[in-house]
Design a protein around this ligand. Structure first.
Ligand SMILES: Nc1ncnc2c1ncn2[C@@H]1O[C@H](COP(=O)(O)OP(=O)(O)OP(=O)(O)O)[C@@H](O)[C@H]1O
Length: 241
């Protein structure tokens, strides 16, 4: 494996508040990497810097050897980084398929090719039968999968998932874990996820980083990180594993 994403000494301040404080980590090509931590720890701010929504105040972010920190979201997406949002945001009035076609058009100019690709992605995510539904008519688990389908349609090398398990029941969470394993294994997509549902994190992640008040307090394999006293005190004490 080789480094796909490299985050080095990255920091972000909002006026006086240090939201992300000198964070460094590497995501290897092909792995699933999780970022965890309590509310307000800086996880979404970190994602926003990787995705180009926010520019870091310090440090550098490199993707496939190219510096991406400070670039626009569109430029970062074109290089192969796609994301889902904590609050799912498909176009509600469009059909499921048309929502995914929009993603597919990033790297395709022909509508027929984009539609074919969109249908392949929908089939992979078990949404093919609902392709003609309006996005607004979907249940929450289906909307989460649609959000994932839209991101995957852009042919990412790296997928950023922001709390994709939030609001799902345990059986739906297990289904999403299986889907993400398939996306990682069969489509060769590297995954970086922010997640509070520890059962899903433990089932998926090969490595993880724990943030607390913006700073990294632990990094490594999940089975080691969850035994770290700092992590238990600052985060896991409040959560159920
Ligand atoms: N645009 C902004 N302006 C000012 N402060 C912000 C902004 N975005 C985030 N913050 C602050 O930065 C800190 C980190 O927030 P962030 O949303 O990154 O945390 P998080 O770990 O993603 O939390 P959660 O698990 O609740 O989503 C918080 O104190 C938050 O209030």
């Amino acid at each position: 494996m080789s480094a796909l994403l490299s985050v080095v000494d990255v920091g972000k301040r909002f006026r006086g508040l240090i939201a992300v404080d000198r964070v460094s980590f590497t995501v290897e090509a092909g792995e699933i990497f999780a970022v965890i931590g309590p509310n307000g720890a800086g996880k979404t701010t970190l994602f926003n810097m990787i995705a180009g929504v926010l520019a870091p105040n310090e440090g550098t972010i490199t993707f496939r050897g190219e510096r991406i920190s400070g670039r626009t979201p569109d430029a970062v997406c074109r290089l192969g980084v796609a994301r889902t949002f904590q609050i799912v945001r498909p176009f509600p009035a469009l059909t499921v398929e048309d929502n995914v076609v929009i993603g597919a058009l990033l790297h395709r100019t022909e509508m027929a090719a984009a539609r074919r690709h969109a249908r392949d992605v929908l089939a992979t995510l078990d949404l093919f039968d609902k392709r003609d539904f309006r996005a607004s008519a979907l249940t929450l688990p289906d909307r989460k999968r649609l959000e994932l389908a839209r991101a995957l349609a852009t042919d990412p090398k790296l997928l950023l998932l922001d709390e994709v398990m939030a609001g799902l029941r345990p059986t739906e969470t297990d289904r999403m874990v299986e889907i993400l394993r398939g996306v990682n294994r069969d489509m060769g997509v590297t995954i970086l996820l922010i997640e509070h549902v520890m059962r899903a994190v433990m089932a998926l992640a090969g490595h993880m980083l724990v943030l607390h008040h913006g700073a990294p307090i632990a990094k490594g394999k999940p089975e080691d990180v969850v035994r770290d006293q700092k992590v238990i005190t600052s985060y896991l004490g409040q959560e159920s594993i």
